[in-house]
Design a protein around this ligand. Sequence first.
Ligand code: AMP
Length: 575
Amino acid sequence: MLEKMEKFDTMKVINEFEELTKNAEQVQRDTLRRILEENAEAEYLQELGINARTDVETFKQCVPLVTHKDLEHYMQRIMDGDNSPILTGKPLPNISLSSGTTQGKPKFLPFNDELFENTMQIYQTSFAYRNREFPIGNGKGLLFIYSSKHFKTKGGLSAGTATTNVFRHPQFRTSMKTIQSQSCSPDEVIFGSDFHQSLYCHLLCGLLHLEEVQFVSSTFAHSLVQAFQTFELVWEDLCSDIRDGVLNESITDPNIRAAMARILKPNPQLADTIHGICSGLSKWYGLIPKLFPNAKYVYGIMTGSMEPYLKQLRRYAGWLPLVCADYGASEGWIAANVNPRSPPESATFAVLPNIGYFEFIPLRDDIIGGFEPKPVGLTEVKIGEEYEIIVTTFAGLYRYRLGDRVKIMGFHNKTPELKFVCRQNLMLSINIDKNTEKDLQIAVEEASKLLVSEKIEVIDFTSHIDKSKDPAHYVIFLELSGDADENVLKECCNALDRAFVDPGYMGSRKIRTIGPLELRVLRKGTFHKILLHYLSMGAAVSQFKTPRFVGINNKALLQIICSNVVKSYFSTAFE
Ligand code: AMP
């Protein structure tokens, strides 16, 4: 269907989505039926005795809720080359690696053509709503996208991150042509062997097409901030490359050099323009719209663990709107942003009822733990409630706990519009205290307010629990944009300690069963070293998320962080 569609028909896509969501309940039943029919041969389903039945009730009775751990041995067999129907009816062509930055190590997951189709459908849907608000015509996008290393598993399946599997899919270019303007950068830059070289050339390609750029984007906001932080350091090199028409010699990848040679010609006038713009900016405010005068918006995932980068991103984006990208995971896509004018802080995502079968475990505080969770269906969720999301996909995951917490904010027709809250796994817990990634984010925001008067920003942060002394205590690591006054940092440390308002934490702090919180300030550039560490393990920049908790078992990461501490403070907040 995608290949035939030469010209993108915004209203047709919107109308299709409206129809799908009006019938969300029926569409969910049909979707489950299709998934179960297509995979009826799968050993996994046969062992559960589902017996080719495809109704919701039988499905829920026969199929247990699982986590990734429960599927590891099936994935191993698939990767080792067993191509009997294990999780899916047809053998899987690809394996996806999740970023591994949320759980410490990458997960191996199934990827197939159906997931690729789902990706195109979700891109198409949100693009239609976005394009209705901010039409971008046929211009170009400056897309900071990077491919991860691809490798073959023991059984010969190709494996890479989910985004790389999408970019490398034979139909990617054709499908994207109809739904998005072209990337400024040639494929050689996207698929380059070294991320620094690709980033430099993405920037250069953007500048060479400066008038044509209609939007600036990356998968996650983190990569956008990183791209423009790099720009601050290399803009003079970029200008001189453009002036002389010669690529900086630090770019050594022969494929990139050959591709860039085709588009880079001496252009002193353009170099002067860029030089003039950069010299005239204060603190780089409005850099993106100044450089790219026809850009309509900045686009990427900006919710959840990306929210802490918004302040830095807004400085670069100036007066351009920040538009949030969709919600999904390597396991599969979930929901699209159909309200592109919502700022990231209030962005919601409407679930696509035909790309998977979705269930939701209620997470109300008054539901006491220990009971078997009772998930509800897509159309049974309640506004204002929080849930853990469970997915059943066309790629062989059945009732799979994704580990994300979402909140229902409303409905788009009959399908819920949800807000991403955080990863569901607890991070900071010593005894009866329970603090999530979101609580940590709020605490760091509180502390960062004290740094405003010093004109200092938090570049990034993470946490750890130090059990080397009794009682154990929370450690918060901050990388800052400048040197803050000692007294301000002491106050930041106290503010962090006070900001964890969960009763378990406050109670334990008062009776000293949890020790004073420790703030450790990191050397500038530490989080960049962390990124490089993950890349060396096969992660892709496109999917990188800073780990917000460093466990004792993650020795390599703990070593990088601890060896870059320049100052440390203990809280006196509860004395
Ligand atoms: P990965 O499979 O490693 O790329 O990571 C997927 C995870 O990223 C999801 O389970 C979410 O926790 C997070 N994520 C994906 N999309 C969004 C979004 N739009 N907003 C917030 N978090 C997201």
